[in-house]
Ligand binder design. Sequence first.
Ligand code: KG4
Ligand code: ZN
Length: 359
Amino acid sequence: MPPRDAPLVLGIETSCDDTACAIVAADGRVLASAVSSQLEAHRPFGGVVPEIASREHLRNWPAVSAEAFERAGVTLDDVGVVAATRGPGLIGALLVGLSVGRALSWARGLPFHAVHHLEGHLYSPFLSAHGLPADEVPPRFVGLVVSGGHTALYRVEDGEVETEGETRDDAMGEAFDKLGKRVGLPYPQGPVVDSLGELAEPQPRMPVPRCGETLDFSFSGLKTRAIQEVEKLERRGVPTDLGGVAGPEPSPGPELLPVLSLLAAFRRAAVRQVLDRLERMHRRGSFEVLAVSGGAAANRELRRALPEWAEEKGVDLRLVPLRYSGDNAAMIAWAALQRERRGRRDDPLAVTAASRIPL
Ligand code: KG4
Ligand code: ZN
């Protein structure tokens, strides 16, 4: 059981390019979740530069943590448990948040949790978007994580996680980013490819990668196929550069319709692949609860398709609230609470960061 009555959990997440700090109550209510993205710092390079990420975390942490405490209306004295991401991610970036967490926990004599980043995503669909207590995590559920670094299906039972399938190459978000980069979009390209995909009919139809009969995913072939289609358009003199149209309300001219159709077709095939694996998994052994999380769980087509599929199968779908789909620290604090309930804690002096670790 948690120490002191109803301690607050301080969550820290710095595994990639978001500096995040959250204060979460014992019932999973998120009192504050502050995230500072480093978009501007990385944008000139078209993707995340590890060395810059570490430095930005160091620079941003004081302001981000101050913001979280202020919004929650609490102080460090109210914190009873400290949690930080230990991996996977960029090693220098991870070290910043993990070191802060270890030091705080040790100096204040507070329990510490070194959380696996994917464990954070896995439980995030149970968080409330409205500042309410989190939903009770069911003892058994299937977790689908679709992010920029991972695309995988898990079976979770009493806190034990079995990997059922994962991507053999690119993650879903990563493939969106790479295709977007090819057509001139600024980083992060995934959300923009998604918005632009809303503006045209998907064409041509792209095949869904099969990966044999496994529950694995593959997005690299699909991405290459889409890039080949971009090249075909270019050879015909059709414009494909979307660099000028990105923005919150993109307004591309009609000459760009062919490339928009391509983005829509790529998105459709990517989403179909996800549904295909869910279908396969469900056929092998039905499940009651499906929890979907990760940055690419913000994808609009995916968010339209999943409820339909779940309803047809009678599956209780938990789609991560949009504010917790991308990397954040509330999910890290919430995952720590699951560990806390099972009596699993880490020694703040002994834990280390790791860029690759199994769940
Ligand atoms: O979970 P996340 O914030 O970081 C990782 O753990 O990877 O996911 C970020 C990824 C990026 O690749 C981003 O382009 C992608 O999620 N993403 C999307 C969308 N929004 C974010 N991909 C497709 N459609 C979206 N709407
Ligand atoms: Zn993530």
